[in-house]
Design a protein around this ligand. Structure first.
Ligand code: ADP
Length: 436
C-alpha cells in the first residue's frame, strides 16, 4: 500500500491503517494526494478482517472520491452564509412568506422592529395582509397577484403597515418569487424599507405647493381690490371735475387703498427677509405697554367700524423688554387686527397682560369671533394658510400675518400659541416674551 500510494499519502493514512490492524474499524475524510490522480478529497472506511482465532488477518479498505460532493457542500455553505447575512441586514426588513397565503415563514430583526411584533407573533401567525393598512390591502393584493400566481418573478409597491401599537408607517416593499425545487412549495421573499420620513416630507412639500398656489390666487385678489377702487375713482374724476368735497373723498379713498397695498407689500417683503434670515431687529429697552398702546391705536378704526368692544387691561407697572419696539407693536397690531377681522360685528375683544415667573410677560388676546377648528390651530401659522369661513366677514389678507408674527416673537426668544374651543367659539392668542 505504501509503495502504491506513495510516502506522503501513506503518512496521512498510516494512523487509520495502524488502528485497523490493531482490530479497530476506522474511517477518515481527508485531502489525499494520489500519485496519479493528484489531490482528491476522499472518505475511507477501514474494516479489520479477522481469522477464526480472532486475529487480524487483513484490512478491507473502501475509498470514495468525494471531491465534487465536497465542492458542492462548500458552495452550499457559502450560499447559506451569504443569504443569512443578506437576510439579517440591519435596517432593512426581510421576510419569507408563503406564496399562496402570504403567511410569514421567516422574518429578520429589522422586520420585527419595523412592525413592532416579536418574531414568534409573526411567523406562522400573521399574514402580510394582517399587518397592512386596510386601505392598502386591495393595492397589495393587486400588485402582488402575478407573483402569488407564479406568473411574475418580482413586484414592488409603496404601502402602509399598521404596527402592533396601532401606529402607521410607510414602506417601500419588493416581493420576489423564491421557486422551490422538485415540487417543494414556493415562497415570496419580501424586502421592506421604512420610508415614513420621506412620505411625510413629500406630504409637507405637496401641501406647501398647494398653499403657494392658493396664495397666488389670494394675492391677485388682494391686489385687484384696492387697484379696482383706485381705478373707479380715477374714472369718476376723468368724466367731470369733481366738487371740492368729492375731491377730499377721492383723496381719502386713494390714500386708504394705497395704504392697503403698502401693507400687503410690506408683509411680503418681511416674510421674504425672515425666510432668508435677513430681518434686522433694532433692539432697545422699552416698556411693553407702549407697544400695546400703539397697537391698540392702529386697530381702533377697524374696531370702531365693526362696532366691537375692546377691553384692554393695562399692566399696573412698567414691563421692560429688550427688543425691537416697532416689531413687537407689529405683532400685537396683527393679532388685534385678526381678532377684529374674524369676529362678527358687535363682538368683544379682550387683551390682558400678566407677568409670569421667572422673567416673562404673557399677553393674551381673546375674541368672541368665528373660532378655529382644532385641526387648524397649528396650521394657521404656516405661510399662506387661510381658513375658508362660511361667511365672509369682509376679511382681507394673504395668510402670512401669523407666520410673520410667530417668527418675530421667536426672534425675541418668545412663543406664540393659538387656542380655541372650536368653530364659532372665539379664539385666544397667547404671546410669551422674556422681560428684563
Ligand atoms: P390672514 O388674516 O391674512 O388670512 P393670518 O396669517 O393672519 O392671515 O391668519 C391665518 C388664518 O388664521 C386666517 O385666514 C384665519 O382663518 C385664521 N385666524 C387668524 N386669527 C384668527 C382669529 N382671531 N379668529 C379666527 N381665525 C383666525
Amino acid at each position: 500500500m505504501r509503495e502504491l500510494i506513495g510516502e506522503s499519502t501513506w503518512g496521512q493514512l498510516e494512523p487509520a491503517v495502524t488502528a485497523a490492524l490493531a482490530g479497530q474499524a476506522t474511517t477518515f475524510e481527508a485531502e489525499v494526494s494520489f500519485p496519479k490522480l493528484g489531490k482528491r478529497f476522499s472518505s475511507g472506511r477501514l474494516s479489520p478482517h479477522f481469522d477464526q482465532d480472532g486475529q487480524v488477518q487483513g484490512i478491507v479498505l473502501l475509498v470514495d472520491d468525494i471531491t465534487e460532493e465536497r465542492k458542492s457542500r462548500l458552495l452550499l455553505h457559502e450560499i447559506e452564509a451569504y443569504y443569512s447575512s443578506l437576510f439579517n441586514t440591519p435596517g432593512v426588513g426581510h421576510a419569507e412568506v408563503d406564496q399562496a397565503s402570504l403567511t410569514f415563514l421567516k422574518v429578520n430583526r429589522a422586520m420585527c422592529d419595523m412592525l413592532g411584533y416579536r418574531q414568534d407573533e409573526l411567523v406562522g401567525n400573521k399574514t402580510v395582509l394582517d399587518v397592512t393598512h386596510p386601505d392598502d390591502v386591495e393595492l397589495n393584493q393587486r400588485v402582488m397577484a402575478p407573483v402569488m400566481r407564479g406568473e411574475a418573478n418580482h413586484s414592488e409597491l409603496e404601502k402602509r403597515y399598521i404596527r402592533k401599537d396601532g401606529t402607521t408607517i410607510w414602506a417601500s416593499v419588493c416581493g420576489t418569487l423564491l421557486k422551490g425545487i422538485n415540487g417543494s412549495p414556493s415562497r415570496i421573499f419580501g424586502f421592506s424599507q421604512d420610508i415614513t420620513v420621506r412620505k411625510r416630507a413629500e406630504a409637507v412639500l405637496a401641501q406647501a405647493e398647494r398653499n403657494k398656489d392658493e396664495f397666488i390666487a389670494t394675492l391677485a385678489h388682494e391686489l385687484r381690490n384696492p387697484l379696482g377702487a383706485i381705478s373707479n375713482v380715477l374714472q369718476l374724476w376723468q368724466r367731470s371735475t369733481p366738487e371740492p368735497g368729492t375731491l377730499v373723498t377721492i383723496r381719502d379713498i386713494i390714500e386708504r387703498q394705497v395704504g392697503q397695498l403698502k401693507h400687503l407689500i410690506d408683509d411680503l417683503l418681511d416674510l421674504a427677509r425672515i425666510s432668508e434670515g435677513k430681518i434686522r431687529l433694532r433692539p432697545q429697552k422699552f416698556d411693553l405697554q407702549d407697544a400695546l398702546d400703539s397697537a391698540i391705536e392702529s386697530v381702533r378704526p377697524l374696531v370702531e367700524a365693526r362696532r366691537h368692544t375692546l377691553n384692554a387691561e393695562r399692566s399696573g407697572r412698567p414691563i421692560q423688554l429688550e427688543g425691537d419696539p416697532r416689531r413687537i407693536t407689529q405683532v400685537f397690531t396683527n393679532l388685534l387686527n385678526n381678532a377684529a377681522k374674524y369676529t362678527p360685528d358687535g363682538g368683544e375683544i379682550m387683551m390682558c397682560v400678566n407677568t409670569i415667573a421667572p422673567a416673562a410677560a404673557q399677553i393674551t388676546i381673546r375674541d368672541t369671533g368665528v373660532g378655529i377648528d382644532p385641526s387648524m390651530l397649528e396650521r394657521i401659522f404656516d405661510p399662506f394658510v387661510q381658513v375658508d369661513h362660511k361667511d365672509d366677514y369682509g376679511q382681507s389678507g394673504l395668510g402670512i400675518g401669523l407666520t410673520l408674527v410667530r417668527k418675530i416673537v421667536a426672534l425675541h426668544d418668545g412663543t406664540l400659541i393659538a387656542r380655541s374651543a372650536g368653530l364659532g367659539k372665539g379664539s385666544e392668542f397667547v404671546v410669551t416674551l422674556p422681560t428684563l
